[in-house]
Design a protein around this ligand. Structure first.
Ligand code: GDP
Length: 172
């Protein structure tokens, strides 16, 4: 009787871009300004309803490298059906790590659906103009999106878009 679809996703990105905050906002509708860096991995679950009406359980891995923030052990990535790669919209230097992490996941688990998120959009006055690597990352992902883990803007949409892309990759 249990036909519930389960999909594992990972949140990846440079330290302090807002990975844990995005998960907290999506799963618990909460935000905190206090920064506590995650060590290892924290796993949360969130049921979502797809456009088709099907239920999907998202198993969300908030992954932080143990040997350095960008060194993600293989076992954390195993079984990943999709991922969110997070850039801090106020810190352009967080873009290159995002691109590297995307390549790392592709190498480990193949080209699964992903979304690039430009987070902390509440802190920027004008929408960013994406150039160079950012354009590539946005173009390749189901869509690049501006999110704010603080206000919640774009957060649910991003997770739901990834859920849809994982279930129906061809239409992503
Ligand atoms: P992580 O290391 O990538 O998991 O980053 P955290 O989720 O711990 O966030 C790092 C810091 O940025 C914390 O102080 C958060 O409160 C803050 N932060 C995260 N997302 C946002 C956001 O969308 N807007 C603002 N203003 N602050 C954010």
């Amino acid at each position: 009787m249990d036909h519930l679809i389960r999909k594992k996703i990972c949140l990846l990105g440079a330290p302090a871009v807002g990975k844990s905050s995005l998960v907290r906002q999506f799963v618990h509708s909460l935000f905190s300004d206090t920064y506590a860096s995650t060590i290892g991995v924290k796993i949360e679950r969130k049921p979502v309803v797809l456009a088709s009406g099907e239920d999907l359980s998202m198993i969300i891995w908030d992954v932080h490298g143990e040997a350095g923030p960008l060194v993600i052990p293989k076992r954390f990535l195993r079984g990943t059906s999709g991922f969110l790669v997070v850039v801090d919209a106020t810190r352009p230097e967080t873009l290159t790590p995002a691109v590297e992490l995307r390549d790392r996941v592709f190498a480990e688990v193949g080209e699964v659906p992903f979304l690039a998120l430009w987070n902390k959009s509440d802190l920027i006055d004008e929408p960013l103009t994406l150039t160079g690597e950012a354009v590539d990352l946005a173009a390749q992902s189901a869509t690049g999106r501006f999110t704010s883990a603080k206000t919640g803007a774009g957060v649910e949409d991003a997770f739901l878009a990834l859920a849809e892309a994982m279930v129906r990759p061809a239409e992503a």
